[in-house]
Design a protein around this ligand. Sequence first.
Ligand code: UGA
Length: 499
Amino acid sequence: MGEVRVRASVVGLGYVGLVSAACLAEWGHEVVGIDADEGRLAALDEGQLPFFEPGLAELVAGVRSARRLRFAGPSPAAIGSAQVVFVAVGTHDGNGGWQTGSIRRSLAEIVPHMADDSTLVIRSTLPPDFIQSLPWLVSALRRKAGRREIPVLTNPEFTREGSAIRDYMEPDRIVMGIGFDPHGRGESMLRKIYRRASAPILVMHAADAALTKIGANLFLATKISFANELAQLCETYGADVDRVVAGMAYDPRIGPSFLRAGVGFGGSCLPHQVSMTVREASAVGLSVPLLAAVEEVNTRQRETFVERLWRASGARSGARIALLGLTFKPDTDDLREAPSLDIARALIERDAVVVAYDPMPRARVTAAATVAGLAVVDSATMALVDADAAGLVTEWREFALLDWEALGRLMRRRVVVDGRNALSPEAMRAAGFAYSAFGREGTLIAVDVGQPAGPAPLAELAEDGPVLRPALAFDAEAADTLRDVSVAASMFDREASSA
Ligand code: UGA
């Protein structure tokens, strides 16, 4: 395949923009990453990224030294020399709603300076009701500047934090949304850009592209809340959600992905897109009971976890609780909408002493500054010393590899509530722990208050809390065999380790 180099500018160097800029440069294009934040530009010039993404620092360093990526402010020169300009600025207001102020400002700044033969591509996730006006807005800005019309396309991203580079370089599909492209020039430019990606290219109206993006996230969120509701059923009827999902996953119509039960979804995308859709729907008089329930279940998971952890700790003022994991998922330092923050706040409100640890130093610093009263320490061991109970909130691999038998001796009581179903119940129980999780065999928690160090007894809660029944006893050996032979289970594991 011959080299096809395109001069591209990417406006907005956050998670979406910086990954796009680096990957485009890796494909051989000449890229200028543009941001108005001078501090961010200076740090990038010194090789410091504003967030952690596996492999990104190395990728950025490589393409910069090959002189295919440089960083600049939003100057007319940086914009005017590009054949294609990608816009990747934020569109949520940080409070469960959409905002279009940033993208409008950004367009006003760049569109007048774009070359007459260039193409504008919006990579940001856009509110669906903004889509129709987008080409008009761009056209008005061009006319006002006395310039020719340019093609306006959207190109939603489907990358996940933690595996963003692979998701970008090896996409499942490439969606091109057409806002204004009468001669197909914009589409052929985007096809040139993605020439090295071997994925189906779907060309559709920009409104369809916007809903494809949002629809995918809404569906993923729905799957997670479904798994959480299923976990509740499993607890009630004595089943194990992991085995149930593995059994269901053999059906290709269902599949194994995004059915991991636990404290629910966080991050900058799923929670916002669910809440924005629910909010928007109510504003225009639409009824979206399914999505409202997805949101409700997600909130309930955090509350249930807090309740279980609190009870597991002995439910007394001053109980010391270790929180393992702060980020909204592993392999990121992102705390946006991280369940850990709500969980820590709720426990502190109950007068618990909450000591948290996360492998990401930046997440530790941010969490300590965000949650009043939260103690943050530098190792899992420090968090667990003298703890009355531990709650696993983020399934960092490090936590599954801990020597729980040894660490249990440092805790006041060996009690773990696994909010991600990430630890082996058998191994934890063998290490002397009272272990509970979501929808897993033996998920019940009640621990005698004042119980001395060592394994705490499991008993049913009755009057003062929900009745949590033990799941049916099962044959551990048979279960292991089931895991070993289960294709679906191994797919599930792969998905879990790559997510
Ligand atoms: C999500 C989508 O997965 C991407 O496809 C999309 O491009 C991106 O949003 C976006 O719109 O930019 P991301 O926010 O990085 O990606 O995180 P996910 O991997 O989707 O995880 C979201 C949350 O769901 C995490 O808190 C995770 O722990 C939780 N989760 C995930 C579960 O609770 N159970 C699961 O089975 C899977």
